[in-house]
Design a protein around this ligand. Sequence first.
Ligand code: PMV
Length: 309
Amino acid sequence: MTSHTASAPGKIILFGEHAVVYGQPALAAPVHKVQAKASVADSASGSGLVIEASNLNLRLSIAEAATHALAVTARLVLEKLQKPEPDALITIQSTIPIAAGLGSGAAVSAALARALSGYLGSPLNQAELSTLVYEIEKLHHGTPSGIDNTVVCYGRPVYFVRGTPPEPLRVGRAFHMIIADTGVTSPTHVAVGGVRERWERDREKYDALFAEIGQIAEQARQAIEEGNLGRLGPLMTRNQSLLGQIGVSCNALERLIDAAEKAGAQGAKLSGGGLGGNMIALVAPESAGPIEKALKQTGAIRTIHTIVQ
Ligand code: PMV
C-alpha cells in the first residue's frame, strides 16, 4: 500500500498587510505550532479520488465537487503533473483556526497539493506549490497579493513584494509573539474590498498611507535582520496606527492591542485583513504568560505563543 503525508503551517503577517496589495513590501512568518496535514493512501479500484476532512465535516469526490477549493486544488495538481485521477483517499486534519487570518485555507490547500504530488511520485517544489495555491487563494479572496500562499508554502519568514519572487527574511535574533484572536470573524475579501472602495474615492491620500506602511516594513526588515528588537515594537505601533487610518481596525482589536501594551508588550498590531480576526504582540519571553492572561481577560478567545526565527 502506498501512502504519503505532508503538512503546511499557519501564518501571521508581521508588517505591511493591505499596502502589499498595492505593491508595497510586507513581512510574514509561519506559525509552526498550528498545522494542516494531508495524507494520501490507495483506495479500492474504481473509487476515484476522495477528500475527507473530519474536522471540517467534509467528504467529497473530486469527480462530483466541481468548485470546492479542495477539489480544485487536487485537480490543479493532476493537470500540472499530467496524471490521471488515481483511486486514493486524501485525509485532511488541521489545527489552524478557520477564518481567523492565520492562513488556514492556504495551508490546507498547500498540504493537500504537497501530499498528492508526493503520492504521485512528482513532489512539487516550493515555488510550484505556491503558484498553485495562489490560484486557490483567488477563489477565496478575489485579489490576493500572494503573501499568504508564499509564507505557507515556503514555511519560513519572508519579505514579499507582489509580483516578484519572495526573499527570505533573515532573523538576526529570534523574537516572541503572542497571537490573540478577537473571536470576531472577518472575511479577508470584505476588508480588502472596503480599502479598495476608499482608495478609489481618494487615491492620493491612500497611496501616501500605503507608502508610509511600506517604509515601516522596510525599516522592520532591517531591524529584524540586525536583531535590533528594540526598534520593532514602536514600528508595530506605527503600522497599527496607519491600519486604523485606512479603516481596517475595530474596537475588539483596539481593546486587545491596548491590553497587551498595558501588560508590557513592546508593540502590538492587527495581523491580516483586520476588522476582527487576530492581533499580534511582541513580548519579552518572561512576560509572555502575563500578557496572554491579560489578553484572555480582555476577551481573546484564543492565544498562541510563537517564536519567529
Ligand atoms: O488572509 P489574511 O486575512 O491574513 O489577509 C491577507 C493580507 C492582506 O494584505 C489583507 C490581503 C492580501 O492579499 O495580501
